[in-house]
Design a protein around this ligand. Structure first.
Ligand code: SAH
Ligand code: SF4
Ligand code: F3S
Length: 441
């Protein structure tokens, strides 16, 4: 055994799945210089917070956690504390100036420099590494995945869409794709390691491009690497969702029939101001094409309430699109002004109380729809991939259907990693509850 591997690293991760995947890259990079992961901040030599900037409350939460974690450094000055991710990229030196005890600030494209920055920090130097890259995609680094049967796999980084409300193009830089071969090789490795599900990640996976191979080509190659492995992907941008991609999803049993397709608003005027590059008519046309090709597909979306200048009529149109599409699920947010974005310059913010009111209406409507959709499943049999113990009871297991519905059932003879059939007995807007049906597979 390598006796130098006694140092411990503790990481907290906020934000999207790309950050979760990046944390696994970071763990791999610091593991190479002797740090083993721990779940206890108190026993860590290195404490990292991987942050999100997408909304103000995400940043507030991260700031608060960084302040709290500094307590460990007060107790033991040898501890190195670092802020990683999108907030590191956005706030840079401000973070170090404000947070006297933060040693290193590292943006999403600079994780290879962590070992050096950590060494320098130990010698008393503060380090800031926030250059964005046009090429970095960490495709030669095997992420250190610590648990579960389901893996995240980044296939592209950055975003070139520049939606006017969004910081991601500024915190993550330009779009770049990993090679198809490196993705397929990693999926083959995951399969050998016993993973049962992989989610291909990118801010905008539909823009994937490796010398002419597009996202549909990648998805097909991945699906054919192990036909027993479930394949998911997120996020799709409506503008680039091609018919070829829809056909590819329809044609492969192991590509999950669940599509996250953020609409953001139901008003063409607002969509234009957001620079989303599609109209509601185009979005609905796309939905129709998907539903025709994949009738069993389930859908989720992202919605922003209270974008600058949003009128009662614009809001009503958002409510309409939710009713029209009938999403299985949605991530719903109050618009949060982000400095340096175009929307920030628009001013004309909707009053806070009005944003809250509109968001609550949207949530209530959407929950009602999700509840109704799930009620339809009562009495039917679904196939679930068993993921883990249910958080509510150790007697129960939790799995997900192909359509991404969480399903809880008494464990019986089922084991994590198996595909099992479950009869649905009851359901709420978020979760299905059922009975395990006989069979080992
Ligand atoms: N790339 C993905 C999502 C990126 S961020 C996409 O384009 O769909 C995830 C979601 O956060 C967005 O879809 C949007 O709904 C929301 N979001 C981004 N910036 C926001 C802001 N300034 N205020 C509120 N919500 C925001
Ligand atoms: Fe942000 Fe738009 Fe890019 Fe999504 S597509 S990450 S919302 S700029
Ligand atoms: Fe947040 Fe950065 Fe993801 S801003 S949503 S962690 S890309």
């Amino acid at each position: 055994m390598d006796v130098t591997k006694t140092k411990k690293v503790y990481v907290e991760t906020y934000g999207c799945q790309m950050n979760v995947a990046d944390t696994e890259v970071v763990l791999s990079v610091v593991n190479a210089v002797g740090y083993l992961p721990t779940n206890e901040a108190a026993e860590a030599d290195l404490i990292l917070v991987n942050t999100c900037s997408v909304r103000d409350n995400a940043e507030q939460r991260a700031q608060k956690r960084v302040s709290e974690l500094k307590e460990h450094k007060r107790r033991n000055p040898d501890v190195v504390i670092g802020v990683l991710g999108c907030m590191a990229e956005r706030l840079r030196t401000v973070l170090v100036e404000k947070n006297n005890l933060v040693d290193i600030v590292v943006g999403p494209d600079e994780y290879r420099r962590l070992p050096k920055l950590i060494e320098d920090a130990k010698a008393g130097e503060r380090g800031i590494a926030v250059k964005l890259s046009r090429v970095e995609n960490y495709d030669d680094i095997t992420p250190l995945r610590t648990e579960g049967i389901s893996a995240w796999l980044s296939v592209m980084r950055g975003c070139d869409k520049f939606c006017t409300f969004c910081v991601v193009p500024f915190t993550r830089g330009r779009e770049r794709s990993r090679s198809l071969k490196s993705v397929v090789d990693e999926v083959a490795l995951l399969s050998r390691q016993g993973f049962k599900e992989v989610t291909l990640l990118g801010q905008n996976v539909n823009s994937y491009n490796d010398g002419g191979a597009d996202f549909a080509d990648l998805l097909r190659a991945v699906a054919e690497t192990d036909s027993a492995m479930r394949i998911r992907f997120t996020t799709s941008h409506p503008q680039d969702m091609s018919d070829k991609l829809i056909e590819t999803i329809a044609a492969h049993r192991n590509i999950c029939k669940y599509i996250h397709l953020p609409v953001q608003s139901g008003s063409n005027r607002i969509l234009k101001l957001m620079n989303r590059t599609y109209t509601i008519e185009q979005y609905l046309g796309l939905m129709d094409r998907i539903k025709r090709a994949i009738p069993e597909a389930s859908f989720s979306t992202d919605i922003i309430a209270g974008f600058p200048t949003e009128s009662p009529e614009d809001h009503r149109m958002t409510m309409e699109i939710i009713k029209e599409v009938r999403y299985d699920g949605a991530y719903m947010f109050k618009y949060s002004p982000r400095e340096n974005t175009k929307a920030f310059e628009m001013g004309a913010d909707v009053a806070e109380e009005l944003k809250t009111e509109r968001l609550n209406e949207i949530i209530e409507l959407q929950n009602g729809i999700a509840f109704d959709i799930n009620q339809q499943l009562i009495g039917t049999d679904v196939e679930v991939l068993v993921e883990r113990d249910s958080s509510r009871s150790t007697e129960d297991l939790l799995g997900r259907t192909d359509t991404n519905k969480k399903t809880v059932f008494p464990r019986g003879n089922a084991a994590v990693g198996e595909l099992r059939r479950v009869r649905i007995d009851r359901a709420n807007a978020q979760t299905l509850f059922g009975t395990l049906l006989p069979g080992t597979n």
